[in-house]
Design a binder for this molecule. Sequence first.
Ligand SMILES: Cc1ncc(COP(=O)(O)O)c(C=O)c1O
Length: 403
Amino acid sequence: MSTTPVSPQTLAIDGGSPVRETLLPYGRQSVDEDDIQAVVEVLRSAWLTTGPKVGEFEEAFAQRVGAAHAVSFSSGTAALHGAAFAAGLKPGDEAITSPMTFAATANCVLYQGATPIFADVSPDTLNLDPERAAAKITSKTKAILPVDYAGHPADLDAFLEIAGRHGLVVIEDACHALGAEFRGRPVGAIADMTVFSFHPVKHLTTGEGGMVTTNNARLAETLRRFRNHGISSDARQRQSEGQWHYEMVLLGFNYRLTDIACALGLSQLKRLAPNLLRRREIATRYSAAFRDLPGIVPPSLRRETNPAWHLYPIRVDLAKLTADRGQVFRALRAENIGVNVHYIPVHRHPYYRDRFGYRGGEYPIAEDAYERLISLPMFHGMSDEDVQDVIAAVKKVMAAFAL
Ligand SMILES: Cc1ncc(COP(=O)(O)O)c(C=O)c1O
């Protein structure tokens, strides 16, 4: 029986051969032997938690981002909660944030009994738009939470200026932006509080983990207490001082990061610089390959920033394609390119719709972007062949769906 040969242009979703044999995820951690050794040493030591590695990691991290203080947390979400608490958010207060983010950014406001108020994003970066955010300020507003979407810093000077005028706290959600710079300054030393995540797809990982950096000693002390049940000293301090007495001075949580995790973080931090370099190289290669490719719009860069490239989100140009985002997404998946979508705008989640009555259409820029967004694989462990596979698959899919 003769079979018709399948053209290399035939999409895998239509029965063609995929660009690669195995699935390339959109993000993945890199753990090396030094990391493993660092963790094993802690496992053999006296302190698995609240030990010396916590302070060492915090100090090294603060130094890396140029902040006076760094307070570790058990996740980026816990760190956001800590920052919302330290900012003094309480029932009746409002905090303004972006709908184009992971739900945790807005959820931390709800944890404090306050209300998240969304403002639309700028069409180029998809970061919270300062003017639109300023237009939402009321007598109840206490904080603004810009998000460094995909690792591209928000317009921090504009937010600090607005916050200064209205007496607000700026909590920067930099969970995507470790290592990014804004006007030559490192993210982490600019806002009142900056929040990072160490989830495995991030620039460095502790499994789960997070950090808040600040230059304000009072905020740092509140953050430390909040992550330790609201207690004013920790177990190691009490042991070294040979005393048992402690005081719980506020209602906190157990949001501590273990010494095991901090040892991993310290070891990973040593490779942050090459990891960032690699992500920037990958972004440059993608952008060069896609600049003139009809059907997709690569991410925009503002001149005053040096992004950290947590994500590489393209937008499909629906006017130039015979397919919608869902079809492009499925076609890329079939080519074994592990694409993802960041983000379903927060106000479109059922919880937010039911609780606040959002119907859709409130934040048209974020909502329109959402219909077009696809995150391509972006992680520092990608090989040159992986990068080439992504470019080849995008070109193949775009050619098949070109109008
Ligand atoms: C923008 C943003 N904020 C907050 C978080 C929450 O961080 P974590 O997963 O460490 O709790 C994430 C997580 O990926 C995030 O992307």
